[in-house]
Design a binder for this molecule. Sequence first.
Ligand code: GAP
Length: 513
Amino acid sequence: MKNQEDKFKKVISHAKEYGYIFQSSEIYDGLSAVYDYAQNGVELKNNIRNYWWKAMVQMNENIVGLDAAIFMHPTTWKASGHVDAFNDPLIDNKDSKKRYRADVLIEDYAEKLNLKAKKEIAKAAKRFGEAFNEEEFIRTNPRVIKYFGKRDEVLKRMAKSLENEDLADVKDLIIELEIACPESGSKNWTDVKQFNLMFGTKLGASADSAIDLFLRPETAQGIFVNFANVQKTGRMKIPFGIAQTGKAFRNEIVARQFIFRMREFEQMEMQFFVRPGEELKWYEHWKEKRLKWHLSLGLGKDKYRFHDHDKLAHYANAAADIEFEFPFGFKELEGIHSRTDFDLKAHEEHSGKKLQFFDHEVNKSYVPYVVETSIGLDRMFLAIFSTSLQNETLEDGSERTVLRLPSVLAPTKAAILPLIKKDGLPEISRKIMDELKYDFNVIYDEKDAIGRRYRRQDAVGTPFCITVDHKTKEDNTVTIRFRDSMKQERVEISTLKSLINKEVSIANWFQDI
Ligand code: GAP
């Protein structure tokens, strides 16, 4: 646990030190759970968004994009259910005056049981070596049975109480489990209350005529209200999808874990409209497709797992999360939801407009069913950044910090470095830069000794360093150094573009998806 915390602290400080993420309004002591993406962060974020957009929109003939406004007619949120039901169950600790999400306190308790069981399994695996049968051990070991059993029981009871709006039982559960305030250790709790997560604002100049608006808490509703417009103007036939990326806002009470849970964040969502009755087939299809997209980035297969929801939202008939192993454990990264016809039907009812599709193949009109894929861009950023940040001990015993970002996503693809600041080497370097900058984001750096400049680029995550030296003047060759292996090769300047392109082109990274 201590190790995980240390690693996470390193992630946060590295993100600041190397120009990826700053606390918002830091000079005024910051704004809690709001962050700014700095010079390198914005490039990485743009590249992730682009990697998603290309996979979802450009690679699928039947998916188109959209960029709906953040402000929407207030009835949207009545129809979607957000006004009445987009709540978190909150509880206050009377001694520390700290406010918590009751469900998160219980989930954290369950996670501790999970970790205890995992520890037992890891210990046994070490003890028995090759002969270890994990499945049988989990099935028969009394301690593991006890931990997993208790974990499941706790989560089940919480899910049931939340579903039945039985907040008194959620509190009882916290008391029975003797959950203490993480800050003060006190078990002196208030009752659990529901709290709506939408941010309100006003539209209009005068107080009398102003109307109440909400900042959108998800991008999906912008897609639903545009369903008929896009279908008609794009002459889309079912099945088809609409994708969009953009900001969403939630007044998260327990906002923590850096950019994992923010109050202002960005989503990348796609709603796929299908014939009723075919939604579960498409649900499986998108589960598989989305996992392949993740795996294409090479962060490691064991970093991902599916979590199928036991408790379904009232509008869903299937739902799963793709969870990722963040430095603080496995947590939701993306959701895939079969949302039935709930949203389009609700908008039909509230707007009085038809949101249907005439299907010539079956010769009838219907409200399409929807399968949604929804991923947080900031969470994806954190997944990539935290996994890529590594500390290595080199052969000579020295340490290096390297950010092994997938090269297709790295903010800067190459750094052009003149060995020294004279003898015409800077001029040749600038010329190389001018040739490469149309295709790639490249930088020039002449400050400090070459070894220090390499290390700096390793820490920023730049996949290639190109060094110009005196030999370059004689034969038009440069040294190219690879971030991950630290190997160096002598290559002709004229081959640089294709060499870099081979490594960073999306076409190569998309081969298996
Ligand atoms: N339209 C469906 C929807 O919004 P969600 O599970 O509430 O579903 C989808 O959100 C994704 O958005 C999550 O899997 C997560 O990656 C991201 N997300 C949600 N709340 C977030 C927050 N407060 N900060 C950062 N990302 C968040």
